[in-house]
Design a binder for this molecule. Structure first.
Ligand code: 6GU
Length: 226
């Protein structure tokens, strides 16, 4: 899979994309990161990539020209996703959908966004990672890239690990423990060390259900709908 990421701050993304699951996937050839900076497509002496909003107001807007030319420079753009608090919520379903695309282009906007004419003519969908405002789309691009890449075959080396994640089945996952068995007089639930696999599976299903009911009852309502 190819991920083009259009950003004014490629330095913000470079290290995290080469670490852990994302870095391993890239070294294994499962994913290729292509960072593109609209500033390299400016045409003025000051390399101006953003400007004040027409109509006034605070914050900066990304100029249409540099983003437009940055996207046009890509040999393949695939599905073009703009990251903005105005987007539809990014969730597990959206991650699965994007993981089936051979090429995805993420546009990281400043918080006041990208000139709407670029969005109208080049963008297939707008996504937001939650109900709060970030200064730019870069942290959201990392969130989307991570959630998508871990779904790609071979990225985890262990499909079961993705299959048991929270949300994979529509609910939260059970709590997890590792060695030592006793820590500050606190013990691990006995069933987990019993070696009794079906009992462990039942315990996890019960804990998953309990956590979902207590913390995210909205997810139960959603699941009841399908
Ligand atoms: Cl995708 N971008 C920005 N700037 N803020 C956000 C967001 C995205 N998602 C939630 N807040």
């Amino acid at each position: 899979m190819i991920f083009n990421i259009v950003t004014l701050f490629p330095g913000f993304l470079r290290e995290p994309l080469e670490m852990s699951v994302l870095g391993r996937a890239s070294r294994a050839g499962t994913v290729e990161w292509r960072l593109v900076d609209p500033r390299d497509f400016t045409q003025d002496r000051h390399r101006t990539a953003d400007d004040e909003p027409f109509g006034g107001g605070s914050g900066m807007v990304m100029k249409a020209g540099p983003v437009w030319r940055a996207v046009e420079s890509l040999p393949e753009r695939g599905r073009v996703v703009s990251l903005t608090p105005r987007g539809r919520p990014f969730d597990h379903e959206a991650a699965v959908r994007l993981s089936l695309e051979p090429v995805v282009t993420l546009l990281c906007g400043r918080y006041k966004g990208i000139d709407e004419r670029v969005t109208e003519s080049m963008v297939n969908e707008e996504l937001s990672i939650g109900d709060y405002v970030l200064s730019g789309g870069e942290p959201a691009a990392l969130v989307v890239a991570d959630a998508v890449v871990r779904l790609l075959p071979g990225a985890l080396g262990d499909h079961d690990s993705a299959a048991t994640d929270s949300f994979y089945d529509g609910g939260l996952s059970a709590p997890a423990y590792t060695r030592p068995r006793e820590f500050q007089s606190l013990e691990v639930p006995e069933v987990l060390t019993s070696g009794h696999h079906s009992a462990v599976a039942r315990w996890r299903a019960r804990e998953s259900d309990r956590a979902t009911r207590n913390r995210r009852p909205d997810l139960l309502d959603l699941n009841a709908a399908d």
